[in-house]
Ligand binder design. Structure first.
Ligand code: NI
Length: 166
């Protein structure tokens, strides 16, 4: 990827993370560049999802890749249109390094939005992908996992984890 660009990830408690992001109305080169950069930034940081406010852009844009068959998902103006069931599990956030929390989420959701060209798209998801979507949509509304977590605790560092697994 010759023109990869990694954007700076905004960290809690920056107030931009607490704003409501605005609907996207123009599906133009700026949006495509934002989506490309968000994916580069997410992969560079070893994340599974990123919302535009996390790179300081208050637009309703998310990228998710939980390592399943979907690979990279780009969603513009995402909206959760149905939610059922329940799951409780750990979450972290690239904007809140060092912390994790156990968050209760819907298990199955249907999420609708648009692709980078404005075409309608929809995903039905469960479990981890569903959790990632819900986490990223929360970001568009200024909500962080530490707001809704039932418990928040220190994340084990990557290298510590690897050392333990040796
Ligand atoms: Ni996050």
């Amino acid at each position: 990827m010759p023109f990869m660009s990694i954007r700076l990830i905004v960290k809690h408690p920056d107030s931009v993370l607490r704003e409501r992001a605005q609907e996207v109305t123009k599906f133009n080169a700026n949006l495509h560049k934002l989506l490309d950069d968000m994916a580069d930034t997410m992969y560079d940081a070893d994340g599974v999802g990123l919302a535009a406010p996390q790179v300081g852009i208050l637009k309703r844009v998310i990228v998710v890749d939980v390592g399943d068959e979907h690979e990279l998902i780009e969603l513009v103006n995402p909206e959760i249109v149905s939610a059922e069931g329940e799951q409780l599990g750990p979450e972290g956030c690239l904007s809140i390094p060092g912390l994790q929390g156990d968050v209760r989420r819907a298990n199955r959701i249907v999420i609708r939005g648009q692709d980078r060209n404005g075409n309608p798209i929809q995903y039905e998801s469960t479990e981890f992908l569903s959790r990632a979507f819900q986490h990223e949509v929360d970001h568009l509304n200024g909500v962080l996992f530490i707001d809704t977590a039932e418990s928040v605790y220190e994340a084990r560092k990557h290298d510590e984890q690897e050392r333990d697994e040796d």
